[in-house]
Each structure stands twice: as structure tokens, then as C-alpha cells.
Design a protein around this ligand. Structure first.
Ligand SMILES: [Zn+2]
Length: 138
């Protein structure tokens, strides 16, 4: 079967760290498909060289919502219970809100990040707090 630029199935892969925006971590995934116009095998180099044509420009956005946060020592706090949060956690919640604003505006650079495959869960370490995006299906 002939495959080509117009008929290929998009092969989305994320290439950069997520964008933190609007309480979410957003991955921009770009299609990796490149049309192969031709190839030749070099016996001298024992390698096949491909003549690459245009690259697919399609992209999609995967949006992971903020789901949990915690300090380094406490248990996870579920954001869905943010409004009826135990008052003792209010200072943490306020601090995390401010921290997220700083991260989203670029005023604070995160200290570390773990991305679980696909991606469907991201945890971010920043100033002694860990925030989780997309972690609802545990
Ligand atoms: Zn594509």
C-alpha cells in the first residue's frame, strides 16, 4: 500500500517541557512524520540514506489538570476538595496557589519534574512543594 503525506497516520510525540498555564500542564505534541522521497544504499558506508521531503506540521495539545499537591513530608492533598479543605491545610494551599502563579508567569523556574509515559501524569517540584497534574486515574 502506498503511504504518503496526505494519507499517513499522525505520529504525535511531545518534544518540549510542558507549558504551565491556567492551572494545567499542557504538552504540545508534534507529528513526527516526514515524507521519504527516495533512498539509496551506500555500500561504501553500509548505510541507507533517505531523501526527506516535507515534514508534517500537525500538532495536538494534551492538557493535564492540576490534581494534587503536597509538601515534601505531608500526604497528597486532592485539589477536588480544595474548597472544603481542612483549615489546617489552608496556608499550604495559599502558598501553592501563589507558587503556581509564579511558575505560570515565568517568575519562578521549577526545580524538577517527572513525566510518566504517554504523558499522562506530571509531578513538579518547586520550592519544597510537589504538585501533580493529570493524576486522577490512580
Ligand atoms: Zn502527521
Amino acid at each position: 500500500m502506498k503511504t504518503g503525506f496526505l494519507t499517513h497516520e499522525h505520529e504525535f510525540e511531545w518534544e518540549h517541557d510542558p507549558i504551565f498555564e491556567d492551572g494545567a500542564a499542557i504538552f504540545v505534541e508534534r507529528c513526527q512524520y516526514v515524507e521519504i522521497l527516495g533512498s539509496h544504499t551506500s555500500e561504501r558506508y553500509d548505510e541507507t540514506f533517505y531523501n526527506e521531503g516535507p515534514r508534517c506540521e500537525e500538532e495536538q495539545r494534551v492538557r493535564l489538570e492540576l490534581t494534587h499537591f503536597r509538601t515534601l513530608t505531608d500526604d497528597w492533598i486532592d485539589v477536588s476538595s480544595w474548597r472544603e479543605l481542612d483549615p489546617k491545610y489552608s496556608p499550604i494551599a495559599d502558598t501553592v496557589r501563589e507558587l503556581l502563579e509564579e511558575i505560570e508567569s515565568g517568575r519562578y523556574e521549577i526545580d524538577g519534574m517527572s513525566v510518566y509515559p504517554e504523558p499522562n501524569v506530571v509531578t513538579v517540584l518547586a520550592r519544597g512543594y510537589i504538585v501533580m497534574y493529570g493524576g486522577n486515574e490512580q
